[in-house]
Every structure is written in structure tokens, then in C-alpha cells.
Design a protein around this ligand. Structure first.
Ligand SMILES: NC(=O)C1=CN([C@@H]2O[C@H](COP(=O)(O)OP(=O)(O)OC[C@H]3O[C@@H](n4cnc5c(N)ncnc54)[C@H](O)[C@@H]3O)[C@@H](O)[C@H]2O)C=CC1
Ligand SMILES: CC(=O)C(=O)O
Ligand SMILES: [Mg+2]
Length: 362
């Protein structure tokens, strides 16, 4: 099969669909790979590295002209023209927050497999997990940075100093991103509260941190109490494939401390704070009441090297199977991969996406 790896075009997106090591595996499995010239530079992979791995270098149109395209981010409108019947697209899609893309994929007849809904039997999301690890860890770091006065924060040093209390951090959602945000916040010495609907998830963190973290079952009342006493709130909830639930209202934000920071990691599924809207690395924050919102939808794009390596670790085995077996046989053989199928032949296959946009279901 001919596999294309175009350069990412989203704002400050430094990742690329596969490392040279990944390309080497695809070539060894008998496939031809075309990589857009310069696609790896943001992740510190030179064109030569891809050529040595057996890829051909080409234009964006060459890469998009392949049978299967491996990407990182969802296609942006400038890329919709490349969508077509017969194309297999393997990438993040986040369709529940993106009606135009859902429409473009369905109308073009593209077969699209969304990384973020590939689901193992235990409900875990193997292709979302590595980027949730990155984004969760980053959330605490960017939150700490934006708590500093020059960034409009309340001038609180996350770990405090001897004799002065540390910052209070609330993490809503104790999944992969949330647990990684917690680990950084604990490591930096903050006072941490974490909320989830899943008590087993909270039990796991309680076991891990032995009282160092407050775990609280999520409810409107519990969120209200934790948020109003926080310097930093990190939203990291997910209902797989669905739009994120709105858990922090404008009214609640109006009662927060002036200079507090809210980081909405769940923004790529629409965001879990009422006033969240997607931002970019170029302009990551905006003010709501007296707080700062950070809502970058491609946080891992800022650390391309780490993220591309971590993403390829996870996606490569699936990419090899898709290319070698074809998507139908690969999905038939693996229910985890089948759960990633978003659109094919003009239909929206993924149930939550179809339920989000019933008027697009023919
Ligand atoms: N902004 C960015 O750059 C990135 C965003 N993400 C996003 O981060 C979000 C979280 O992803 P993961 O941690 O991998 O998901 P996950 O499935 O591992 O964890 C989500 C957690 O949210 C909990 N949850 C659901 N509803 C809740 C509620 N009402 N209150 C409290 N907890 C609730 C679930 O029980 C689960 O434990 C997703 O939307 C994902 O797409 C992931 C990577 C990068
Ligand atoms: C998960 C995702 O959307 C990202 O890593 O950007
Ligand atoms: Mg994203």
C-alpha cells in the first residue's frame, strides 16, 4: 500500500504522523511511504532521516494522494479538498466538537479511523493515552506559569516556599490526563484535589499517593466547593466520543479567586467549562471574569519531539495492520480498531458521533 505522511498545518503543531523509525517498520512490512518534505522538522526529524528509513519525499499533494494517510491532527478546512472515497485516514478527529469536518468526511466518502476512539476491551484508549499523558503533565506546568503575575495570574508559586502554603490545585477527571496532571502537581508540591465519577479511579490515586491527594466523588456540589477554593483548576474529563459535559459554569467562575487559572484539557471534545473556546499556542489564554482560561486543543504539539515519539509508539502496530490487511480485515480482526471507525462510504459509523449530529446521518 502507498502510505502518505503530510506535514501538520495547525497552529504551532510540531508533531508528525510517524517517526523515521516508524517509517522503517512500514517499509519493512512491504509498503511504500511518501513523506512531505520538512514534515518532521518540528519534531527534530530531518528529511534525510526519512529518506534513510526508505521513504520518498514529496509535496503535500503527493502525501495526501496515497491510499492511506497517517496524520496527527484532524484535517483543517484547507485540507478538506484532499478527502475522497478510497482514502483511508488514520488520525485524531474529535468529531463531536467539529460538525464541518464530520460533514466533509461523510460527504467525501473517506474511510476515517479516529485515534481517540480506538478502544480496548477494558475501555481504555490506547491511541489517546500517550497524548493525554503529555497534555496532563503540561496542564500543571502551563497552569503554574500562568499563575505568575506577568501572565495575569494571582502571583502564587505553585509549590509555595517554607512558611508559605502551596497553591491549591483541583483536577476534574482522574483518567489518563487527569492522573498525569495530578502526578506533576504532587511532584511540584501543590495541595491537590481530584474528582471523578469513578470511585475505582479515585481509589487507584488514593493508593498511589497515600493521603497526599484529596480524592472526591464528582458532583455539582463537590465541583463547586473545590473550584471556589482553588488557584488552578484542570478539566480533564471524557465521555468517549461524546461532547464533554459542561461542569464549571460562568457563575461558578465569577466566585473564584481573582487571578486563578483554568486549564481545559478537554477542549478538543468541546471543553468542560461553560466559557471554554479553543485557543492556539500563539494565543493560548483569555480572561473570563477575573480568571485566566487556557484552552489549547493541541497541547502536545508544543513538545513535538516527545509527543511524536510517544504517538508513534502507540499507533505503529495499528498502522502496520491497517496497511497490510486493509481496513476492513484489520477492523474485523480487532474490535479495538473497529471502535475507531468514524466514517466510511458516506456514512457516520461511530455511534456517539452519529448521535451528536443526527441530521448528518443519511
Ligand atoms: N487539549 C489537548 O491537547 C489534549 C486533550 N486531550 C483530551 O483530554 C480529555 C481526557 O482524556 P483522557 O484522560 O485520556 O480520558 P480518560 O477516559 O482516561 O479519562 C476521563 C475521565 O473523566 C471522567 N469523567 C467523565 N465525566 C466526569 C464528570 N462529570 N466528573 C468527573 N469526572 C468525569 C471519567 O470517569 C474518566 O476517568 C479528552 O477529551 C482528550 O481528548 C488529550 C490529549 C491532548
Ligand atoms: C489528543 C489530541 O487531540 C492531541 O493530542 O492534540
Ligand atoms: Mg487535541
Amino acid at each position: 500500500m502507498l502510505i502518505g505522511i503530510p506535514a501538520e498545518v495547525k497552529d504551532n503543531e510540531r508533531r508528525v504522523g510517524a517517526t523515521p523509525g516508524g517509517v522503517r517498520e512500514l517499509v519493512a512490512a512491504g509498503h511504500e511511504v511518501v513523506v512531505e518534505t520538512g514534515a518532521g522538522l518540528g519534531s527534530a526529524f530531518a528529511d534525510d532521516h526519512y529518506a534513510l528509513a526508505g521513504a520518498r519525499l514529496g509535496t503535500a499533494a503527493d502525501a495526501w494522494g496515497a491510499d492511506m494517510v497517517i496524520k496527527v491532527k484532524e484535517p483543517v478546512p484547507a485540507e478538506y479538498g484532499y478527502l475522497r472515497a478510497g482514502l483511508l485516514l488514520f488520525t485524531y478527529l474529535h468529531l463531536a466538537a467539529n460538525e464541518p469536518l464530520t460533514r466533509a468526511l461523510a460527504e467525501s466518502g473517506t474511510t476515517a479511523i479516529a485515534y481517540e476512539t480506538v478502544t480496548l476491551a477494558d475501555g481504555s484508549l490506547p491511541l489517546l493515552a500517550p497524548m493525554s499523558e503529555v497534555a496532563g503533565r503540561m496542564a500543571t506546568m502551563v497552569g503554574a506559569y500562568h499563575l505568575m503575575s506577568p501572565q495575569g495570574g494571582r502571583g502564587v508559586l505553585l509549590p509555595g516556599v517554607p512558611g508559605v502554603r502551596p497553591a491549591t490545585v483541583t483536577v476534574i477527571g482522574a483518567g489518563v490526563a487527569g492522573a498525569n496532571a495530578v502526578s506533576q502537581a504532587v511532584g511540584m508540591g501543590a495541595e491537590v484535589t481530584v474528582l471523578d465519577l469513578s470511585v475505582p479511579r479515585l481509589r487507584h490515586l488514593d493508593d498511589l499517593y497515600g493521603g497526599r491527594v484529596r480524592t472526591v466523588a464528582s458532583s455539582a456540589a463537590a465541583i463547586e466547593e473545590a473550584v471556589t477554593e482553588s488557584d488552578l483548576v484542570i478539566g480533564a474529563v471524557l465521555v468517549t466520543g461524546a461532547r464533554a459535559p459542561r461542569l464549571v459554569t460562568r457563575e461558578l467562575v465569577s466566585r473564584m479567586r481573582a487571578g486563578a487559572v483554568l486549564v481545559d484539557v478537554a477542549i478538543d471534545q468541546g471543553g468542560c467549562f461553560e466559557d471554554s473556546r479553543p485557543t492556539t499556542h500563539a494565543e493560548p489564554t483569555y480572561a473570563v471574569e477575573q480568571t485566566t482560561f487556557y484552552c489549547v486543543a493541541n497541547m502536545p504539539g508544543a513538545v513535538g519531539r516527545t509527543s511524536t515519539l510517544a504517538l508513534t509508539n502507540a499507533t505503529l502496530p495499528y498502522a502496520v495492520r491497517l496497511a497490510s490487511l486493509g481496513w476492513e480485515a484489520a477492523c474485523a480482526a480487532d474490535p479495538a480498531l473497529a471502535a475507531g471507525l468514524a466514517t466510511t462510504g458516506g456514512s457516520i459509523v461511530h455511534a456517539e458521533t452519529a448521535a451528536t449530529f443526527p441530521h448528518l446521518v443519511g
